[in-house]
Design a protein around this ligand. Structure first.
Ligand code: KDG
Ligand code: MG
Length: 408
C-alpha cells in the first residue's frame, strides 16, 4: 500500500478546524486533526508545503518509522506547529492501519481496559448564582464531574466568562475565537486568589461533598501564589487543580506540591515528553493533560501515558471544542485502551460540526465510547466543510490592570 495524496482541509462550522486527509492507492483514507487554535494557517502551511510531499509514495503502515522520520528528520524539533502537523499525519496513519485491519483503533492499542470513558464538563458563570445554574445544567446533561470557573469581582473580562453573556468563549455576541484581532481580557491575581475559595464553598454547599470538582488557573500564578491556592482550597477536595503556573518552568510546581495534597494537572500546551520530565520523575503532578492533537499524535502520547503510569500518574486529556471530532475520536480510543486513564475533558461540538465530521463515538450519561467502526470512526463531509471556510481568529490576550501583558 502507498500514499498517493495528503490534502489539508480547513473548515469553520462554528470555529476553525484543520484536518489532514491521507489517501492510499488502495482507496483507504485516513484523517488527522491538526487544529492549533488561533494559529491554524501556520500548521496548514507546514503540512501542505513540508510534510505532504514527503508522504507521497510511502507505506502508510510504517506509523512509528514515519513519526520518527518527521520528528528527527526536520532537525528543528518540537514546538506546537511542528507537533500538531506531525500529530495529524500520525492519526491519519493509525486510521488507515485500523481500517485496513477492519478494527476500531482501540483494538490495536491493546483493546478496551474499561467499558466506558468518564468525562468532565465545563460550568461557567459571571458570578456565583450563574455558576450554580451552569453546574446544574451540566449535571442535567449527565456529566459525572464538573470544572467550575467564574468571573472575579472587579474584573470586566475573565477568560471564558464575560460581561454580556454567561456563555464561555463569547463576547459581544461573537465567539472570541472569531474576532479578527485578539480580544483584551483583564486580570488581578490577588482578587482571583481571594475569590476562588468562595466559589468552591458555594458549589460544595449547594451540591455536596461527593461531586468531583475541577478548577483551571490557566498558567497565571507564581510558584508562591500557586502554593497558596493549592493549600487554601485543599479542604474542598478538588479532583484536580489545573495549570497553576506558566508551563515553561517545570520546577515551579515544586512549591505547590510541598504545601498541598490537592491533585495537580498540567500539560495542555506541552508538545513532547521532555516538557513533562521533571514533573513525572519528581511526581509533581497527578494528571497529564496533553491532547493527541498537540502532542504529535497517538504514537508519542501512548508512550507518555506508559511513562506516567510508572509513577501512578493518570490521564486527563485536553478536550475543549478546539480539539476537532477527529482528535477527540483518537483520544477516546486511547482513553478506552490505556490502564492509567483518569478522566476525559469533553465540551462537545456544535450540531453543524457533528455533521461535518460524522463520527461513531458516543456521549451517553456523561460517558464517552469510541464506537466500533473500523479506524478512528470519523468521516469528513468535504462538501459541507467547504461551505464553511476559514474565519480569521485569535485567542484573547490577558492584561494586568496597569496594561502590561500577563500569562494565561
Ligand atoms: O485554545 C485554548 C483552549 O484549548 C483552552 O483555553 C481550553 O484551558 C482549556 C481547557 O482546559 O479546556
Ligand atoms: Mg485548561
Amino acid at each position: 500500500m502507498q500514499i498517493i495524496s495528503a490534502d489539508v482541509v480547513v473548515t469553520s462550522p462554528g470555529r476553525n478546524f484543520v484536518t489532514l486527509k491521507v489517501t492510499t492507492d488502495e482507496g483507504v483514507t485516513g484523517l488527522g486533526d491538526a487544529t492549533l487554535n488561533g494559529r491554524e494557517q501556520a500548521v496548514v502551511a507546514y503540512l501542505r508545503d513540508h510534510l505532504a510531499p514527503l508522504l507521497i509514495g510511502t507505506d502508510p503502515h510504517r506509523v512509528e518509522h514515519t513519526w520518527q522520520s518527521l520528528y528527527r528528520g526536520a532537525y528543528w524539533r518540537r514546538g506546537p506547529v511542528t507537533m500538531a502537523a506531525i500529530a495529524a499525519v500520525d492519526m491519519a496513519l493509525w486510521d488507515i492501519k485500523a481500517k485496513t485491519a477492519g478494527l476500531p483503533l482501540y483494538q490495536l492499542l491493546g483493546g478496551a481496559s474499561r467499558d466506558r470513558v468518564r468525562t468532565y464538563g465545563h460550568a461557567n458563570g459571571r458570578d456565583i448564582p450563574e455558576l450554580l445554574d451552569s453546574v446544574r445544567a451540566r449535571l442535567a446533561e449527565g456529566y459525572p464531574a464538573v470544572r467550575v470557573q467564574t468571573g472575579v469581582p472587579g474584573l470586566q473580562r475573565v477568560y471564558g466568562v464575560h460581561q454580556g453573556t454567561a456563555i464561555a468563549a463569547e463576547v459581544d455576541g461573537m465567539r472570541i475565537d472569531q474576532l479578527a484581532r485578539p480580544m483584551e481580557e483583564d486580570w488581578d491575581t490577588a482578587a482571583y486568589l481571594r475569590h476562588v475559595p468562595t466559589i468552591l464553598e458555594a458549589v460544595r454547599s449547594e451540591f455536596g461533598a461527593e461531586l468531583p470538582l475541577l478548577h483551571d488557573a490557566h498558567h497565571r500564578l507564581s510558584p508562591q501564589e500557586a502554593a497558596r491556592l493549592a493549600s487554601t482550597v485543599e479542604r474542598y477536595d478538588l479532583f484536580w487543580l489545573e495549570d497553576l503556573t506558566p508551563a515553561e518552568n517545570q520546577a515551579s510546581l515544586r512549591l505547590a506540591r510541598q504545601h498541598s495534597t490537592t491533585p495537580l494537572a498540567i500539560g495542555e500546551v506541552f508538545n513532547t515528553v521532555f516538557d513533562y520530565q521533571t514533573l513525572i520523575d519528581e511526581h509533581l503532578i497527578d494528571y497529564v493533560r496533553s491532547a493527541v492533537t498537540h502532542f504529535g499524535g497517538v504514537t508519542p502520547l501512548r508512550k507518555l501515558v506508559d511513562y506516567a503510569g510508572q509513577h501512578q500518574i493518570r490521564t486527563g486529556f485536553h478536550g475543549p471544542e478546539d480539539i476537532s471530532p477527529v482528535g477527540m475520536a483518537a483520544q477516546i480510543h486511547l482513553d478506552l485502551a490505556v490502564h492509567n486513564f483518569g478522566i476525559q475533558e469533553y465540551s462537545g461540538h456544535t450540531e453543524l460540526t457533528h455533521r461535518v465530521f460524522r463520527h461513531g463515538y458516543t456521549f451517553t450519561d456523561g460517558y464517552l465510547h469510541p464506537g466500533d467502526l473500523p479506524g478512528l470512526g470519523v468521516e469528513l463531509d468535504e462538501e459541507l466543510a467547504a461551505a464553511h471556510p476559514y474565519v480569521p481568529a485569535y485567542l484573547p490576550v490577558n492584561r494586568l490592570l496597569d496594561g502590561s501583558v500577563h500569562d494565561w
